[in-house]
Design a protein around this ligand. Structure first.
Ligand code: NAD
Length: 250
């Protein structure tokens, strides 16, 4: 494993209790960062924080990223606990319904949009003043290949992840002269519990379109995110980094 230098950096990772978020937290800690992991899944959160503590101090917070008050309070508390903030990884997300448009309720649409898109907005808004105070920062948003391509029976998710992608581009332009770089990744399929929200039929269709011929492992995705969180990334902002095994062609 290449060692990415994140010594002294302080990072918030949303949805850090399991899956990709837990993998990112581990990779950032191994690289020298302090982390604050946020999640609604309290049992997973405590278990992951315990595992991660083998690599250093872990700040752990129960936060629903779609709740404005919770995000504002948790940001201030995490910044105080870590002594500052350099990195935000907006990873919390839900897949939502695998249904055609006529079967999707407004409540389902709103829930998927609130967690994926509004959550990213709220966390960025709360973190940016701290990053501006540093004169340094890295924000990585987890979007999806769906944001570029769309996929049948995933309309709320595709739309929300497109919002994450364009939010990334707009925020990057706002902050480009402040040494705060904002990028997103567009994964196709990563082997996590997230796949349980997708039908077997859907997963087979998706896999058939991946030239590498398999889904990504968490560590492969976390490696890209760790580099995007580092100072070594210095001349890309507002970009959507492909993580699709060759599936995305633009
Ligand atoms: N796994 C994939 O194939 C895949 C593909 C493309 C994009 N993604 C994205 O990657 C990110 C991580 O997904 P994963 O595969 O690790 O899924 P996962 O379901 O294993 O983990 C997601 C985590 O987010 C947390 N979460 C959900 N709602 C939350 C909320 N309101 N506030 C705080 N935390 C919340 C969950 O409790 C869970 O711990 C998501 O944004 C997902 O959309 C995943």
């Amino acid at each position: 494993m290449n060692r990415i230098d994140l010594n002294g950096r302080r990072a918030i990772i949303t949805g850090g209790a399991k899956g990709l978020g837990a993998g990112i937290a581990k990779r950032l800690m191994i690289s020298g960062a302090r982390v604050s992991i946020w999640d609604i899944g309290t049992a997973d959160l405590a278990a992951t924080a315990k595992d991660l503590s083998a690599h250093g101090d872990v700040d752990m917070r129960v936060v629903d990223v779609s709740d404005e008050g919770q995000v504002e309070a948790a940001t201030e508390e995490a910044v105080a606990a870590m002594g500052g903030l350099d990195i935000l990884v907006n990873n919390a997300g839900i897949g939502g319904p695998n249904k055609q448009i006529t079967e999707i309720s407004l409540a389902e649409w709103r829930q998927v949009y609130d967690v994926n898109a509004t959550g990213t907005f709220l966390c960025c808004r709360a973190a940016v003043p701290h990053l501006e105070r540093n004169g340094y920062g890295r924000i990585v948003n987890i979007s999806s290949a769906n944001a570029k391509e769309g996929n049948p029976k995933t309309i709320p998710y595709s739309a929300a992840k497109s919002a994450v992608m364009t939010m990334t581009k707009s925020l990057a332009k706002e902050l480009a002269s402040s040494n705060i770089l904002v990028n997103c990744v567009a994964p196709a399929t990563i082997t996590t519990d997230f796949l349980q929200s997708r039908s077997q039929e859907h997963l087979e269709t998706v896999k058939a379109r991946i030239p590498i011929g398999r889904f990504a492992e968490v560590g492969e995705a976390a490696a890209m995110v760790a580099w995007l969180c580092s100072e070594e990334l210095s001349y890309s902002t507002g970009a959507a980094f492909d993580l699709s095994g060759g599936r995305l062609i633009y």
